[in-house]
Design a protein. Structure first.
Length: 536
């Protein structure tokens, strides 16, 4: 999908009328430009642009321009104030946080951001039907307005990941006036307090945002408009960048890195990410992730030995070499080494991932007594790299006795299938969060808002709840190590339960035209445009 740039023509009708000038209006894909327009290539079309309901990584990229949060993270993974004036005052018992809010902030509809608005947004995250933020901040008991620019948050119990959650979508503030007026249509016309305001969206094509002139930190914004262009194929994104039809794009394909690095007109930015890629296995999501768990009648769902056999059939290093040109980090856990709670830092014995062992995989299938080959469908996005990943896994697993059918689907549709439980195995990644809770809890806890596998083990839930309450970093790391003990029982270790088979941690590669300056990479992979300038 190419991004075309057309230039309006000056037409002279025989005579030149002095004093009359004709304005030229450049367009990007038919979109009128005004001033400096930054054209950004996205790998997928975001889901709903409502921070309470959204779930995609690519949506978070757009939110970084639209919706400021109470807190932000910097390139060194420090939590810093954004719409909050300072870090919170935390009570000695860890159950109360008092937050001073920045004054002089306006939403895109001109209404004021204040304590009432902050309370509205947090309450909305907790109570709106279908909220994806509810379990992220489930320990939040109540929000009180102390004064016009101060709120007090009372927790049910100490909640260590809370501040990290407020530096992501759970901390995004929306206009109460707009949210109440638009209701369930808010995601089609989002109104927040970020540096850019929503202009238009054409599904599967582009999203346009424009500079918000009343932004509280407007002196750091140097472009007038951003056009997010949805281009699924990474080779097409690169071709558009080289042709000058994009200014930058996210998720450079590792096999394209050499080409980017060798081009004198391009700049490559990279940062080890916070997320993971893996195989999500449908175990008990028969009627939809928000419905009670019902065990599926499939070999993969019923027997952890079959899931272990699938893992043993995969060579993570070879998979990474073939799909990612060896640029990513093979691993079997959801916690990347860049985070504070990396197992290698807080547990005396780092996890040693299973090596590929086809013979043992065959033995496990024999012990499970399942008919061979074990057939299942592997759901992937329709992106070329996702399909290639599926093909490599299919080839490897076939040697152990699996027969995989690959089902490539447009990304948003694939997510809908996952939610509805209409899948066997889904090859999908997670962009990652600053605190490991954001990579684990919602996916593992009974009834979690991202628990599309349907798994539910009360013993694992109890340990997960301990990780949220534990404030001592070393003790918390030991709890995570217990949850990831490869010798532990499946009802106490999610690595042996294998509802998700983790494959690698990614590196966030962003390619930019050299005329784009001031871009700073952050490990969460989001594209932030404060300080970014677009030269001629």
């Amino acid at each position: 999908m190419k991004l075309s740039v057309g230039i309006g023509r000056l037409i002279f009708l025989g005579v030149l009328i002095l004093g009359l000038s004709l304005a030229m209006t450049p367009t990007v894909g038919g979109i009128a430009q005004a001033g400096k327009v930054l054209r950004v290539g996205l790998a997928e079309d975001p889901d709903i642009l409502d921070p309470t309901l959204a779930r995609t990584f690519v949506g978070r990229i757009v939110f970084a321009s639209l919706c400021d949060k109470l807190y932000e993270i910097d390139q060194n993974l420090n939590i810093v104030p954004q719409l909050a004036e300072s870090l919170p005052d935390i009570a000695p018992d860890g159950k109360s946080l008092t937050i001073k809010l920045r004054q002089g902030v306006k939403f895109h509809d001109g209404t004021d951001f204040n304590a009432d608005a902050a309370k509205f947004s947090l309450d909305r995250h907790l109570t709106l039907p279908g909220s994806r933020r509810k379990s992220e901040i489930s320990q939040l008991d109540k929000v009180e307005v102390v004064n016009p620019f101060q709120i007090r948050l009372t927790l049910k119990s100490p909640f260590t990941p809370f501040l990290a959650q407020l530096s992501d979508r759970a901390g995004m503030m929306v206009s109460p006036k707009a949210a109440q007026a638009l209701g369930d249509k808010f995601g089609t016309q989002p109104v927040c307090a970020g540096p850019f305001k929503f202009k238009e969206r054409v599904a599967q094509d582009h999203i346009t945002v424009e500079r918000f002139n009343d932004y509280w930190d407007k002196d750091k914004i140097f472009v007038d408009q951003i056009v997010y262009k949805i281009i699924v194929d990474p080779s097409v994104r690169l071709a558009n960048l080289k042709a000058g039809e994009l200014d930058l794009f996210e998720r450079v394909r590792p096999t394209d890195l050499k080409e980017v690095r060798s081009d004198p007109n391009l700049v490559l930015s990279s940062m080890v990410g916070l997320g993971y890629a893996g195989l999500t296995i449908n175990i008990a999501n028969k009627n939809g992730f928000d419905k009670p768990s019902v065990q599926l009648d499939t070999p993969l769902a019923k027997d952890p030995r079959v899931r272990e056999a699938l893992e043993l059939s995969i060579d993570r290093k070879v998979l990474n070499d073939v799909v990612n040109d060896g640029e990513f980090i093979p691993d079997c856990t959801p916690i990347p080494s860049v985070t504070l709670y990396s197992i290698s830092l807080f547990y005396p014995q780092a996890i040693k991932c299973l090596e590929r062992d086809v013979n043992k995989a065959k033995q496990l299938l024999a012990q499970a007594g399942v008919p061979k080959p074990v057939k299942f469908t592997l759901l992937t996005s329709n992106a070329p790299d996702a399909i290639r990943e599926g093909e490599v896994i299919k080839s490897m697993a076939a040697e152990a006795g699996f027969d995989i059918t690959i089902n490539p689907v447009e990304f948003a549709s694939a997510l809908n299938q996952e939610d509805a439980g209409k899948y066997d195995v889904f090859a999908i990644g997670w962009s990652g969060r600053l605190d490991p809770d954001g990579n684990i809890y919602e996916f593992k806890v009974c009834g979690g808002t991202l628990n599309s596998t349907g798994v539910c083990d009360k013993k694992i839930d109890a340990i997960l709840d301990q990780t949220r309450a534990e404030t001592d970093k070393v003790k918390r790391g030991v709890l995570y190590a217990q949850l990831m003990d490869l010798n532990g029982p499946p009802d106490q270790s999610f690595l042996t339960r294998r509802d998700i088979i983790y494959l690698w941690h990614g590196v966030n590669f962003v390619a930019l035209n050299k005329k784009v300056t001031g871009f700073i990479a952050v490990p969460d992979g989001l594209l932030r445009f404060k300080g970014v300038k677009l030269g001629s």
